[in-house]
Design a protein. Structure first.
Length: 423
């Protein structure tokens, strides 16, 4: 979502004749589009601001979720000139002008009905893939999560606006889109008397262009259902990958987190996915060290991982976020060393499972969307399978280009990457 927002921010400014530069020393304005999910991201921001040289010739703005969460408090940092939340991006050109001309410091963090920037298409680049926000905000209120307070309550985007943008991307020869939302499964939009749910939207989008790949993220375990899975199964161009955050394998911890499902119910959803879509890649989010988590709770998470064997996972230790239910009502009572040890055990187990899943790909052939040159070797290309696995393969003397689909037979692997040859 932040990547999509950053592209919108670029478009808003470039339409006002701002020019993007690659060298920070050449910039007059430096913008940090922030996440507020974990404390580490916020601490990293302050370190980066401190490293900026020649501050007197630059305007520094903080955007996004951290701006929304901390607001005016960010101006206590002497190097920060303005703060703008996710619903106020349209005001950016005017705010920059006022800061520059009037030498004032500005905070704008009002919620404007959790708006979509439909008139600022982020897809102005000659690119292959695009992010399409379809729903903003969250109604789930997990006790540890700050998102409902920084992004607001759920609001689904007008379905005609989504269709219009995707058709425009089709005309520009885009090859892949990703439908975005804090919880895409909650998409719900009324057009007249017709109610469109996420499953309906998926069908419509898939039929716009059968050669355009469709991805989506992120799903909530309580909302992913058989109708959605059968639609993924039916349409070849809907990628066979589901990111399904579990957070914990302990029912006690899941209840404290207000996750609205048990580990047994979660496992039933995984079984349904693998029954209907046997080749589906499954990834997740896992948190360790939440309030009152003991060794048995941690072991239940490891046990659940063993049962599922995720393709990959985003793993992190709990960090208290002010304003959340857990910060107000629970004690952050798992010490740092224990959190780090548990996190490392989760990471190490995931490494084993990722290797296990990738090893199964040896000898198989996958259709790959070429995304560009490999960062480590310009004689190789990289792309992804429909299951979202990264594949590295030979260049073939520049006979292929980004945006093409090629068939690659896998002959090697690591826990993070597949390697193969074009056939």
């Amino acid at each position: 979502m932040n990547v999509a927002d950053s592209e919108i921010i670029e478009m808003i400014l470039m339409k006002q004749n701002f020019k993007k530069v690659e060298d920070i020393n050449e910039a007059n304005v430096i913008l940090f589009n922030t996440c507020s999910i974990r404390d580490k991201a916020e601490q990293s921001l302050f370190k980066q601001i401190e490293q900026i040289k020649n501050k007197k010739n630059k305007i520094i703005g903080i955007l996004g979720c951290m701006a929304q969460r901390l607001g005016k408090a960010l101006l206590e940092h002497k190097n920060i000139d303005f703060v703008i939340g996710p619903d106020e991006y349209r005001t950016l050109p005017k705010v920059i002008e006022e800061v520059y001309n009037k030498k004032v410091r500005i905070v704008k963090t009002e919620f404007i009905n959790n708006e979509f920037y439909d008139d600022f298409s982020q897809n102005y680049k000659n690119a292959i893939s695009a992010f399409i926000p379809i729903i903003r905000g969250c109604n789930n209120f997990c006790t540890y999560c700050v998102v409902p307070y920084t992004r607001g309550r759920e609001k689904s985007r007008d379905i005609d606006s989504i269709i219009k943008e995707i058709k425009s991307l089709k005309d520009k020869n885009y090859k892949e889109i990703t439908l975005l939302g804090e919880n895409v499964d909650s998409y719900s939009f009324f057009k007249g008397n017709q109610k469109y749910k996420f499953n309906d939207l998926l069908k419509i989008v898939a039929e716009i262009d059968e050669n355009m790949r469709i991805r989506f993220t992120s799903s909530h375990p309580k909302d992913i259902n058989k109708d959605i899975l059968e639609t993924i199964q039916k349409y070849k161009n809907i990628c066979k990958h589901i990111h399904l955050p579990v957070q914990s394998g302990s029912n006690k911890i899941l209840k404290l987190m207000n996750r609205s499902y048990s580990s047994e119910e979660y496992l039933e959803k995984i079984e349904l996915i693998r029954t209907l879509i046997p080749s589906c890649g499954i990834t997740t989010d896992i948190m360790c060290g939440f309030c009152d988590e003991n060794e048995d709770d941690h072991q239940q998470t490891l046990d659940l991982m063993e049962k599922i064997k995720y393709d990959s996972s985003f793993t992190f230790a709990y960090s208290e976020r002010s304003g959340t239910y857990s910060a107000k009502n629970f004690k952050d009572n798992v010490d740092k060393d224990t959190k780090i040890r548990r996190l490392n055990e989760i990471i190490n187990l995931q490494h084993i499972h990722s290797e296990y899943q990738n090893k199964k790909c040896i000898g198989k052939t996958f259709e790959i969307l070429v995304e560009g040159e490999s960062k480590r070797n310009k004689n190789e290309y990289f792309g992804r399978t429909t299951c979202n696995k990264v594949v590295i393969f030979e260049n073939l003397n520049n006979k292929i280009s980004s945006g093409e689909f090629v068939n690659v037979k896998i002959n090697n692997y690591t826990s993070a990457t597949l390697f193969g040859n074009i056939i």
